[in-house]
Design a protein around this ligand. Structure first.
Ligand SMILES: NC(=O)c1ccc[n+]([C@@H]2O[C@H](COP(=O)([O-])OP(=O)(O)OC[C@H]3O[C@@H](n4cnc5c(N)ncnc54)[C@H](O)[C@@H]3O)[C@@H](O)[C@H]2O)c1
Length: 357
């Protein structure tokens, strides 16, 4: 079996640790090159992994002609670079979120169909054993009819004051909702099969990032007088068969330390409570058995989530099937996110009609 040749574009923290390191463990792929606009990073990481390094990713695509490409640059560049990689003939693993907005993700989806190449979206959190347990419960009907989901991901103090996340020319022009809200929406909607949302009522706030005294309490550094991203967002999203309430915060005056995700899925037969950070690490099923109210807490398997993500990408290409997480799911996810921004801007509930199912 020929080895699949891999190139990774954007080899900062996440590109190195959660893409290159897992690829290196797979026997049927060969890492051939890395590309990063930061010459020092490109050289250092290229040398560490013993592969060619480029500053210009287009030159890398042209010269190396990789079969598989990971895109792990800042979010605002994901869709453009992923499109270039598709056009160069590669199957693509683009990190989360797939693009800055629904339009970008739709264009990427259409292009992938046109060139008949796969795009997987890098929600490594999807490979959580706790989430797999919930997916199985939902598939087996243990939840009954789901009528409400409440989903929250809130950091007490975690504004990432680093260019990748805070510079609007890099981050897709948005704040906490796009950056970490995408995880909790993915975690919440995966068990429910990503049905199309019908309407959204949302609000966004910039309350902590604008305060000078907050800079040393968060991550990195930024100019609070120029902070114009949301650090907190809330919404109520309506689907045909259930509602979803959402809370997302880079920073908020809450009790817990660090970042906490809490997702509750309420069904008429059973419910689940999931906890974690970006990935769900803990889950309990609540229901009724033999006339008693019960709590079921599984002993979860261990898993290396980024490794499972990369392995799924490579397997999907080998087996000629759609990967998961994929762009069809991301269309729904970005429709929700864009809907919240639009509703916040218009100050009223917005109806979503562009995705029918
Ligand atoms: N899944 C996760 O848990 C997780 C965690 C962190 C980041 N991420 C995502 O991964 C992406 C990268 O985040 P990070 O933490 O690694 O950031 P980072 O700043 O450490 O790395 C980004 C790298 O991209 C490079 N880059 C920028 N523009 C480029 C271009 N045009 N061509 C090639 N390289 C370019 C930068 O020089 C940098 O080395 C972001 O989209 C982020 O949302 C995901």
């Amino acid at each position: 079996m020929d080895k699949l040749r891999v190139g990774v574009i954007g080899v900062g923290g996440h590109g190195r640790n959660r893409h290159l390191v897992p690829y290196r463990r797979l026997e049927d792929v060969e890492l051939v090159a890395v590309a990063d606009v930061n010459q020092d990073t490109a050289r250092k990481v290229g040398e560490e992994f013993g592969v060619a390094h480029y500053v210009d990713y287009k030159e890398m695509l042209d010269k190396e002609k990789p079969d598989l490409v990971s895109v792990v640059t800042p979010t605002g560049l994901h869709a453009r670079i992923a499109s270039d990689a598709l056009k160069a003939g590669a199957d693509v693993l683009v990190d989360k979120p797939a693009g800055a907005n629904l339009r970008e993700v739709m264009e990427l989806f259409n292009l992938s169909r046109e060139v008949r190449k796969r795009v997987m979206v890098g929600y490594w959190s999807r490979f959580s054993p706790a989430l797999s347990y919930v997916l199985s419960l939902a598939r087996d009907g243990a939840l009954g009819q789901v009528y409400h989901v409440s989903a929250s991901i809130v950091r007490r103090r975690g504004i990432p004051g680093l260019p990748t996340f805070i510079d609007k020319s890099l981050n897709g022009g948005r704040g906490a909702l796009l950056d970490i809200g995408c995880y909790v929406i993915d975690n919440a909607l995966a068990p429910l099969g990503f049905p199309p949302p019908r309407s959204v009522s949302g609000a966004i706030y910039s309350k902590i990032g604008v305060r000078r005294e907050e800079v040393p309490l968060n991550w990195g550094s930024w100019d609070p007088s120029k902070f114009d991203l949301e650090d907190y967002a809330v919404a109520l999203v309506k689907f045909d068969r259930f509602t979803m309430s959402l809370e997302v915060g880079w920073a908020a005056n809450v009790s817990h330390q660090g970042e906490v995700t809490l997702v509750r899925i309420l069904g008429d037969e059973g419910g689940v409570e999931m906890r974690g950070t970006e990935a769900i690490t803990d889950v309990t099923f609540h229901g009724v058995q033999a006339g008693h109210v019960v709590d079921v807490k599984p002993h979860l398997k261990k898993a290396d989530l980024p490794f499972e993500m990369v392995r799924e990408f490579v397997s999907s290409v080998r087996e000629g099937r759609d990967p998961s997480p994929n762009l069809r799911e991301s269309l729904i996810l970005h429709a929700v996110i864009d809907g919240i921004y639009n509703s916040a801007e218009e100050g009223k509930e917005v109806t979503l009609t562009s995705l029918s199912g």
